[in-house]
Ligand binder design. Sequence first.
Ligand code: DSN
Length: 432
Amino acid sequence: MTAVTPDTYYGPDFGALLEQDPEIAGLLVSELDRQRSGLQLIASENQTSPAVLAALGSTLSNKYAEGYPHARYYGGCAEVDKVEDLAIARAKALFGAEHANVQPHSGASANLAVYGAFAAPGDTVLAMSLDHGGHLTHGFKVSFSGKWFNAVHYGVSQETEDIDYDQVEKLAKEHRPKIILAGGSAIPRLIDFERFRAIADEVGAIFWVDAAHFIGLVAGKVIPSPVPHADVVSFTTHKVLRGPRGGAIVCKEEHAKKIDRAVFPMMQGGPLMHGVAGKAVNFAECATPAYQAYAQGVLDNARVLADTLGELGIRPITGGTDTHLSLHDLRGVGVTGVDAEARCDAAGIVLNKNAIPFDPEKPNVASGIRVGSPSVTTQGMGTEEMRTVAQLIHRAVTEGDADPEHAVTREVRGQVTELLTSFPAYPEPAAR
Ligand code: DSN
């Protein structure tokens, strides 16, 4: 067996990359600097562990393994079979799932496979509309999902700004969809899975949950799980979950064959075995008390961030959040989403503009911003820091500018830097 040294896991060392390709090596370093030097509030991002990064940088990347463990189309798969067996077993245990497929390269690939398993082109799918918090792959017109399927969309109620379940039921009865899909990218509240299940049963539809955003909170056991209620749950592994960039699917045993065949050979070729190893490492991390405490911290931080922004006049849609993210209406402070994003960026605060339900602005301008707590919680920040972060966002948005040299913007950036000194991302080993 090869001697176990740090390089065994990291593959070719960084010194070799620096010598061979200083341009790319330099960009790896400057991206790490960027991640370290700003407040990362993009709700779908996180900072995965050195252990997951080691798996991603490994020689497992070299191996072709089309097929599934113990039934591959290539020789030499004994070791990667063990890796995938572990990833599957850990995913099933973590989510209490009957079946798991850990091969999807991404969330969009996972979703493509779910469509492939349960629908044929032209079939009707009922999903949340993108402009009310859904996702591109939930039937948006320029995505495969909107081009190949007859997508019917529900949204949120104007009054509560939360999912309009009566509308879901009405549309389901009217259109008799093959699939009813719950989940999205900008939903701050818990989803009523029982209600969706009942509606799906009433019309004989498959009930699919795209849990990409909140699956980490489910893994941490701090919010209810969709797994007992849904036929199939797709997700990404790099958001609150904090694993490698990638996708996965869990489902009832009765759907296992359909899902596996849809992932391979219908949608994908060889799995990315370094990614599968990273997922296995991550699933084990998520089963620990430390991760559960992290997930609770993500929830607490998101709530305080949303509430404090609200107190400062940047209103949270639905009045708050039950998850890791909140969506905010900027109209009260008279700034557009695009301007707020640019002003925050110049101040070292990374977040994204976001359409709010019934938004009068075009999506590339937007009246809102979306903020999330996964990364800053990984860095060890707590609720006290979230109050500071909300004040910094408010100041950057209302008094700052997109010009980094603007006096207020510089001042806010200085305060961001000061905060990050106590809560660094990827601290040097000595500081860990
Ligand atoms: N683009 C991701 C997000 O930011 O929510 C979802 O795919």
